[in-house]
Structures are given as structure tokens and as C-alpha cells.
Design a protein around this ligand. Structure first.
Ligand code: 8ID
Ligand code: ZN
Length: 360
């Protein structure tokens, strides 16, 4: 099945980071040819890729996990299958529209994989971290974990759903919040956060958006947030968040999508008794502290939520492709060569919503 409907070039363009200096450079590289694909691998012509703050963590190497050297980042890739390795067991076909997500591959045999917790698989491969990702025109990925993009969905609309969308959608499910409940979203104006506001609304939740600046305020309110709190202007965030809920007890859930430790600092103080703080953002070195007495007496829950499984990705895509749907990524499309500038703007918190790279 290593067939291909189009001529695959020998060389293409991608963005690579050297561990030594953390600088991202756009370079030409050798494209893996269809005959060289291994069973289970597919070659994807990447048309668009979202840029996630995780890509910036990977470039800066600020996590306690080692990334591949000479790394091509990117894990919100949307494109077409152009070749499939021989002897692959898959229903994918050349020409199918597919998404490359953070979880590139997993063993599918361990207890975690058997339970649909593939992201916990000890042999998991991570796109744009342990294997090259979607900041390249032709990417090798893995048939078991490519997500089929629903018919009729624009690839640029789909790209950010493959990480930002699925991650917040699953985090909201983990929060167990019910229709009519309040959910606080620190980081609401960012890539994950602004999609969280929308999935939350779709689930009937009432959103308190927390972020900073007029542009992000406007974005969050236009997406359905009922309350807005600027974390740089508000002196008493805990009281302001509690006050925003009708009865003053605080939100039933918080989905912390902020990329800085400060987004976590007060979440356990403003959460409603019995409520759940879902940790999603991954600021380097951040620690969450909770006084045991109040943690017990108020039955607070703190759960980590890490991307989503194949079914979560499917559901997140379907919901983002609903006719007259409530979930629509707000993004700006830019060329691959802008990636170094995008990282700088992301680091300084200037980007509202998502940035999507156009690879062709
Ligand atoms: O599976 C996961 N758990 C997962 C998946 C994908 C991404 C985790 N992440 C992590 C990323 O690695 C990153 O640490 O989620 C975090 C957010 O990713 P992003 O949405 O791609 O980043 P962004 O677009 O830069 O948005 C971050 C927002 O946080 C705000 C910023 O203003 C920005 O809008 N923010 C910050 I920084 N500090 C804040 C604070 N104290 C804050 N908002 C509220 N309170
Ligand atoms: Zn991501």
C-alpha cells in the first residue's frame, strides 16, 4: 500500500530547533520517500499547523522531559495522507484528510492503552517532541493515531482542535461540571483557553474568563464568557471570582490553561466546596499548594488532564464542525517563516486565540 497519488518531492521545508541554542530555523530537509515508510507509518502532506505554547516549551527545553535534538515541532497538523507504509493495518487511504496530534503513537497493548489512556503509555511517541511534528511540509506519522478530519471541515479550522481543542474538551469532561455550573478559565484568551470558553458554553456551563488586556477581554466576551477578570488589574482575584458566581461560593470547576504559575496560585482558594481544579497548563517548575485542612474539609479535587485519547479527538473535531456550532477557533494564519517571531509574541502574551501556520 505504499502508493501515492502525487509526486513526493525529495526536499521540503520545515522549522527545526537545535537543543544547543534553542533557536528555531526554517530549513530544507530530506523527505522520507513512500518506499522507506515502515509498517504503521504514513506520510502526511501538512497543509496547516497550529502553534501551541507546548512547542515553545519544547524549544526552550524548560520541562523535565528530554526532547529530540534537531527537533521539528508542531502537533496540531492538518493535511492529507500521501503514502502509507506497506503492511500497515489501517482503514486510512491515500488522499484522506487527517490530523497529527501530540500523541503520535502508543503501543496499544499496555494496560493504559487497553483502557483508552494512550497518553499514559510508557512507549508513547510525542509529535513535535520525541518525534518530528507538523512544522514541516511532509511529516511521517502513525496510522493508529492520525485523526480523520470530518468531511467538509476546513483543514485550517481543524488544526487547532487537534491539541488545544481536544485538550480542553477532555479537561471539561474531567471536571464533572454539569449544565448550569460555573467554570473559571485562567488563560481564557489564549489558544487553549478561548476554545475552552466555547466547549464549556456548548456543555451548558457558565464561564468566568480570566486573562489580561482589551483584545482578550473582547474575544472572551464575544465567545460567550459571562464574566471577565483581568489578572493584571484585579487586586483580589479570589474575591472577584467568587463574587462573579450567583451565590458567592465560587465556580464548580476551574480549567487552568495559563502558561504561567500565577494562573494556578489561587485556583484552590476560589474553587467552590466540592469543586474540581483541572490542571492543564504546564508552566515550567510550577507547584500547586493546598492546605490539607481546607482541602479535606471542603472536599476539593485537583486533577491533572493530559491531551485526550483518539475518541476525545474525534468528538472534539465533530463538535467543532457542527453546523451553526458554538465552537470555532479564532486564529490568524501566518507563513512558516514567521515561527521565530510567533514564539516571541507568544512568550510575551501578545497572541489572542491561536496562530496557524500555512505550510503551502
Ligand atoms: O495536555 C495538556 N495538559 C496540554 C495540552 C496543550 C497545551 C497543556 N498545554 C499547556 C501548554 O504547554 C501551556 O503551558 O497549556 C498551556 C497553555 O497553552 P496555550 O493555550 O497554547 O498558550 P497561550 O496561547 O500562550 O495562552 C496562555 C494564556 O495564559 C494567559 C496568557 O495571557 C495567555 O493568554 N495567562 C498567563 I501566561 N498567566 C495567567 C494568569 N495568571 C494567564 N491567564 C490568567 N491568569
Ligand atoms: Zn499543544
Amino acid at each position: 500500500m505504499s502508493n501515492s497519488s502525487e509526486q513526493i518531492p525529495k526536499r521540503a521545508r520545515g522549522a527545526f530547533v537545535q537543543q544547543a541554542d534553542s533557536n528555531v530555523k526554517v530549513e530544507e530537509y530530506d523527505v522520507v520517500q513512500p518506499k522507506d515508510l515502515k509498517p504503521g507509518e504514513a506520510l502526511v502532506k501538512v497543509m496547516y499547523s497550529g502553534v501551541c505554547h507546548t512547542d515553545l516549551h519544547a524549544a526552550k527545553q524548560d520541562w523535565p522531559l528530554e526532547a529530540k535534538d534537531h527537533l521539528c515541532g508542531g502537533h496540531e497538523g492538518a493535511g492529507y495522507v500521501v503514502a502509507i507504509g506497506e503492511h500497515s493495518n489501517t482503514n486510512l487511504k491515500v488522499g484522506d484528510a487527517v490530523g497529527i496530534k501530540w500523541l503520535a503513537d502508543a503501543c496499544m497493548h499496555c494496560e493504559f492503552c487497553r483502557q483508552g489512556l494512550e497518553s499514559l503509555c510508557p512507549e508513547a511517541k510525542l509529535s513535535g517532541f520525541t518525534v518530528d511534528g507538523s512544522f514541516q511540509q511532509y511529516a511521517v506519522s502513525f496510522v493508529n493515531h492520525l485523526s480523520k478530519i470530518p468531511d467538509g471541515m476546513k483543514l485550517d479550522d481543524a488544526a487547532p482542535i487537534l491539541c488545544a481543542g481536544v485538550t480542553v474538551y477532555k479537561a471539561l469532561k474531567q471536571s464533572n461540571a454539569k449544565a448550569g455550573n460555573w467554570v473559571a478559565v485562567p488563560g481564557a484568551g489564549g489558544g487553549l483557553g478561548h476554545l475552552c470558553v466555547q466547549y464549556a458554553n456548548l456543555m451548558g456551563l457558565r464561564v468566568i474568563a480570566i486573562d489580561t488586556g482589551a483584545e482578550k477581554k473582547k474575544l472572551c466576551e464575544s465567545l460567550g464568557a459571562e464574566a471577565w477578570i483581568d489578572f493584571k488589574e484585579e487586586k483580589d482575584i479570589v474575591s472577584a471570582i467568587k463574587k462573579a458566581t450567583d451565590d458567592g461560593f465560587g465556580p464548580h470547576a476551574a480549567i487552568v490553561t495559563s502558561a504561567s504559575p500565577s494562573g494556578y496560585e489561587q485556583a484552590l482558594d476560589y474553587i467552590r466546596p466540592g469543586g474540581t481544579v483541572v490542571a492543564v497548563g504546564l508552566p515550567a517548575g510550577a507547584v500547586v499548594k493546598s492546605e490539607v485542612f481546607w482541602h479535606v474539609v471542603y472536599e476539593r479535587k485537583l486533577v491533572g488532564s493530559y491531551v485526550g485519547n483518539r475518541q476525545d479527538a474525534h468528538e472534539a473535531l465533530v463538535l467543532a464542525n457542527m453546523k451553526n456550532g458554538k465552537v470555532k477557533c479564532h486564529y490568524v494564519t501566518r507563513p512558516l517563516d514567521d515561527l521565530p517571531a510567533i514564539y516571541e509574541e507568544m512568550a510575551s502574551g501578545k497572541l489572542a486565540g491561536r496562530t496557524v501556520l500555512k505550510l503551502f
